[in-house]
Design a binder for this molecule. Sequence first.
Ligand SMILES: [Zn+2]
Ligand SMILES: [Zn+2]
Length: 355
Amino acid sequence: MTDLELAPPGPGEVLVRLHASGVCHSDYNAVDGTAGTRCPAVLGHEGAGVVEATGAGAGVAVGRRVMLSWMPACGHCAECVRELPHLCGAAWEGMGHGGLLDGTPRLSRGGEPVYHYSFLSTFAERTVVPAACCIPIPDGVPFDVAALAGCAVATGTGAVWRTAGVRPGDRVAVIGCGGVGMSALLGAIAAGAHPVAAVDVSQDKLAAAEELGATHAVSWAGSAEATAERVVEVTGGGVDYAFEATGRPEAALAAFLSTRARGAAVLIGIPAGDATITLPALPIPRLERRILGSIYGSSRPERDLPALLELYRRGRLPLDRLVSKRMPLDAVQDAFAAMRGGEALRVVLDLEGVT
Ligand SMILES: [Zn+2]
Ligand SMILES: [Zn+2]
């Protein structure tokens, strides 16, 4: 761990004492270069904690328990105006610069700037974030569940409910059963999809998917074609929606090949910047088979994140079962290893003990 300086919150900003942070594949994409990230940066974008101080006009009470969204949409760019706040042009551009909404970082070390990751930088004791990232946590929801809801769960369930619009009785497959894929699976089950097939290389994850309600477990069969053949077989002729949560082109192809007529592959996983996908062309017009992209579950965070926590409170979304490992902040490298080794659904860093 390294000590950094953190400037006080400016106008419209909030200082949060973090209690929990999920560890997401996107963080690792910044480590291994899959996604270009302004460095040096404090990673982590899936957190929850308590508001310790606020800047002018922040509109969030000190002492409030909050979960963090990484999409502080501006509300007036072309995308926000057409009700696509998750695609906010201003926020996505600002995110790439590694600052907060005014373009400058609050983090520094020895007078040199240190950059924010996705506005949040939750692998830390404290962080300063735009007030628009803070969403109150209802009583009875633990910090680790609230943290996951801010990225993995919103991304997975939103892909099902918002991007795809899965309806009761729709057939669903989920390829890649990490935190995001498992959230898609829970979302599909909560929406009444049936059957719901889980696909992964890991037998442990397939077993966990079955425990969470998947009707079929399909081991990755070595190729997209062979895997899709299994999915088509167990789902009685292919699915309405196949959710891809790995970012790998072969998994995207498997998702497309798993669909039935009018079905859609919903691509959630973030591929490398130069990745391409080759698809058979004929079924697209002839069978109206489609590809849909989904970022942050096409969510509107201030509407959808509280709804997720309410569904958790009512027992409709067992989000606590996604937390498969807890580790201290200084074990973040072990957390990445556990995530990449496929042995964990979601690792949560417990930040309460950090002083
Ligand atoms: Zn994430
Ligand atoms: Zn905007």
